[in-house]
Design a protein around this ligand. Structure first.
Ligand SMILES: *[C@@H]1O[C@H](CO)[C@@H](O)[C@H](O)[C@H]1NC(C)=O
Ligand SMILES: *[C@@H]1O[C@H](CO)[C@@H](O)[C@H](O)[C@H]1NC(C)=O
Length: 231
């Protein structure tokens, strides 16, 4: 049988759709740029932000400063994430990238968290970080989730795959600084402790008691803490 070019193309298209992974990535731009409008009352909700009239766009829409300045780490975690996401840098809209600066004081932690919409690649500029991520549940319920961890020094690069729980801990005697890039304009940050124990309204304690297999007092103690983010 002769396969026409049209049929072959359709076949490839169907194959591409069928085999595309469940995770979606930020969409590709369809124009040079689509600088986000900064209008909290925008009446139209789109996946991303509405483009501003390109005639009103200036260089400053693609610019942010201050990434040379240490973030304020006076919080219980001893760390601060300074972000350049689309809400901070409107020129990122539709580009599928963003950046953070991470400051961590000695014994401070960027606590276990995950980014639902982005992988992250991190370079250490100063200090010594113990970093790691944990895989999703293996198929066999008796098998353990695997930790991939490493001690990083200045110049070392580590990658955290999309959606996986990860952390950075300063095991050195001096402040640590890292810069990381993420492949989403709006990666999302879900800090596990804050989300699980500090939600509003709170999760029913019996749900957490059963989930974490601990006494109710432990859950009540954790839920009574003033959970705050570091970003
Ligand atoms: C850092 O944050 C703490 C707690 O929010 C605040 O009291 C302090 O003034 C901040 N320091 C600077 C230099 O902004
Ligand atoms: C967006 O507008 C708000 C309120 O007018 C302002 O505080 C904020 O800095 C603006 N964000 C950007 C990225 O320009």
């Amino acid at each position: 049988m002769k396969i026409s070019a049209f049929h072959f193309t359709s076949f490839i298209a169907v194959l591409a759709v069928v085999s595309s992974p469940a995770y979606a990535y930020d969409p590709d731009p369809l124009q040079d740029f689509c600088v986000a409008v900064n209008d909290s009352k925008a009446a139209v909700f789109v996946n991303g932000k509405i483009c501003r009239d390109p005639k009103t766009v200036t260089s400053d829409d693609f610019f942010i400063c201050g990434f040379n300045k240490p973030g304020n780490t006076s919080n219980p975690f001893g760390s601060r994430v300074t972000h350049a996401f689309v809400d901070d840098l409107p020129g990122l809209n539709t580009l599928g990238i963003s950046m953070v600066r991470i400051d961590i004081e000695p014994n401070g932690v960027n606590p276990a968290h995950e980014h639902p919409r982005a992988s992250e690649i991190l370079v250490v500029l100063e200090g010594t970080l113990y970093v790691g991520f944990i895989t999703t549940n293996p198929p066999n319920p008796n098998d353990k989730n695997k930790l991939f961890a490493k001690i990083l020094h200045p110049g070392d690069v580590f990658v955290f795959p999309k959606g996986l729980i990860h952390f950075q801990y300063n095991i050195g005697k001096t402040s640590a600084v890292a810069i990381a890039s993420l492949n989403s304009q709006n990666p999302g940050i879900m800090t596990l402790s804050k989300a699980v124990f500090g939600s509003e309204p709170p999760v029913r304690p019996d749900v957490l008691t059963k989930s974490f297999q601990v006494d109710e007092e432990v859950v009540e103690d954790l839920q009574s803490l003033p959970w705050m983010g570091n970003n």
